[in-house]
Write a protein that binds this ligand. Structure first.
Ligand SMILES: [Zn+2]
Length: 95
């Protein structure tokens, strides 16, 4: 792997997994996502998700039925949930 710290450009960054708390797109509640790919930097002590991981989680939460997620889900489980695509959107319009 060839990660560079997004904060201090250190090359010593390591990939770990960690629990994160994430607000749902509708803002009603937050869930805990376990085993989320996380970067840990020994030089600036930042522990964070890469921009790519953040975008993947946000895209997935936007496209799945969030009511089907419990309060705690693992990253793998979350990413395995089926996406709703736009079918429901068009069903709603044709009603
Ligand atoms: Zn750093």
């Amino acid at each position: 792997m060839n990660h560079t710290c997004e904060w201090c450009n250190s090359k010593k960054i390591t990939a770990i997994t960690s629990s994160v708390f994430w607000e749902l797109p509708d803002g009603t509640s937050a869930i805990e996502i376990k085993e989320t790919p996380t970067l840990s930097c020994p030089d600036c002590s930042m522990v964070y998700q890469s921009e790519r991981t953040v975008k993947e989680i946000e895209d997935q939460l936007f496209l799945i039925d969030c009511k089907k997620i419990g309060k705690v889900v693992s990253y793998q489980e979350l990413m395995a949930l089926p996406r709703l695509l736009k079918k429901n959107y068009f069903d709603f319009l044709s009603e």
